[in-house]
Design a protein around this ligand. Structure first.
Ligand SMILES: *Cc1c(COP(=O)(O)O)cnc(C)c1O
Length: 375
């Protein structure tokens, strides 16, 4: 089976990890800062590492002090972690429909959802394609709410020549094995706002305060540390930062490879009637995490099964989040989100990762063509 997504680990990655295993640190040691400095070079603003993309979102919501009664606006076409971690703070999730071409939140639909309780707009860069950040920023500035970017798919992408990470108040990344680079499990939070980033970091490090300028208690000795707000342990260990440092040095190679795969699929598929190849805005440069093909909705299920039975590990990303039973009390009506529903009914993700060969791409496209001819 050709997997739809897969990590790429080479001998350099393995050497980096084994060197770190022989060092004095397994968890928070010197490689954490080194990895964070490399991340800053790529995303353009200071960045902290955490133990997953989910943890990164949780830390970002802690940074803006999300609390019961607050509302956040999010798109349905995402992995449910975008919403789950906000719900954990008691925030109400408000869904906003997506643009049918990109699967990203539609800036034209946002404004009508904003009220006095809205605390943040959370955009998701679906498949690696950055959201319309200028339009979204204009809205969040006008209403005085935070702009958060769930960039789990899009490290290495640029928007109007600016790197993803430098565009929102807080940006979160995931280094899960299928994502654009990996640390096994891992994630990061980026922000140009030092106060927000410090709050995110504290939340991921059990709320511990070690700098004397912030102490509220009298200091009994050099061991002193104190907690003002509870946090969790979301540290990314040195061993995984070693893998991250090695992987991030390969990120531009990964991006090139993903771009080549994207172009080759497009070449084979763009003229076939009835299907839509992924759309890319001229002002962005996506580091493609997925290749989301849109097929005729009534054929999608059979095409999925046909490709799977031919050894092609396709996937569907994603069930609109409001459909998860956990949101049943929101009483969301599917017909209020025509683009999300349509996108979901048509979408199929073709294999996209560093190890997909040209032969596998042409085979996949041949099978799609064959299927569409007989159906
Ligand atoms: C993968 C993913 C996450 C969660 O990241 P993990 O590292 O798996 O916790 C969050 N949001 C989106 C859009 C994702 O694809």
């Amino acid at each position: 089976m050709i997997p739809y997504g897969r990590h790429s680990v080479n001998e350099d990655d393995i050497a980096a990890v084994s060197t770190s295993l022989r060092s004095d640190w397994l968890t928070t040691g010197p490689l954490v800062e080194q990895f964070e400095a490399k991340l800053e070079e790529v995303v353009g603003v200071p960045t902290i590492s955490v133990s997953s993309g989910t943890a990164a979102l949780h830390c970002a919501y802690a940074a803006i002090a999300l609390e019961p009664g607050d509302e956040i606006i999010t798109p349905p076409i995402t992995f449910v972690a975008t919403q789950a971690t906000a719900s954990m703070f008691g925030a109400k999730i408000v869904f906003c429909d997506v643009n049918l071409k990109t699967g990203n939140i539609d800036p034209n639909m946002v404004e009508r959802l904003i009220n006095s309780k809205t605390k943040a707009l959370v955009a998701v860069d679906y498949a690696g394609h950055p959201c319309e950040m200028d339009e979204l920023r204009e809205i969040t500035t006008r209403y005085g709410i935070y702009l958060i970017e769930d960039a789990a798919h899009s490290i290495g992408s640029t928007y109007k020549s600016k790197p993803v990470g430098s565009l929102a108040d807080l940006t979160t990344f995931s280094f899960f094995p299928t994502k654009n680079m990996t640390t096994g499990e891992g994630g990061a939070v980026a922000s140009s706002n030092p106060e927000l980033l410090q709050r995110a970091r504290r939340f991921g490090r059990q709320g511990l305060i070690r700098d004397s300028g912030s102490f509220k208690l009298p200091v009994d000795g050099p061991w002193h540390q104190e907690v003002h707000e509870f946090g969790l342990n979301y540290r990314l260990p040195d061993v995984l930062c070693a893998l991250g440092i090695s992987q991030i040095s390969r990120l531009s190679d990964f991006k090139r490879k993903r771009r080549n795969i994207f172009d080759l699929y497009n070449e084979f598929l763009k003229d076939i009637p009835g299907i839509n190849v992924p759309f890319e805005q001229p002002h962005v440069e996506s580091n493609w995490h997925l290749y989301p093909l849109r097929t005729p909705a009534h054929l999608r299920r059979n095409l999925f099964e046909f490709l799977r039975s031919s050894g092609i590990g396709v996937q569907v990303n994603y069930l609109p989040a409001y459909r998860h039973p956990v949101f049943s009390q929101l009483n969301t009506k599917s017909h209020e989100f025509p683009n999300s529903e349509r996108f979901y009914s048509e979408e199929i993700s073709l294999p996209m990762h560093n190890e997909v060969s040209d032969e596998q791409i042409s085979f996949t496209c041949e099978m799609i063509t064959k299927f569409l001819k007989i159906n």
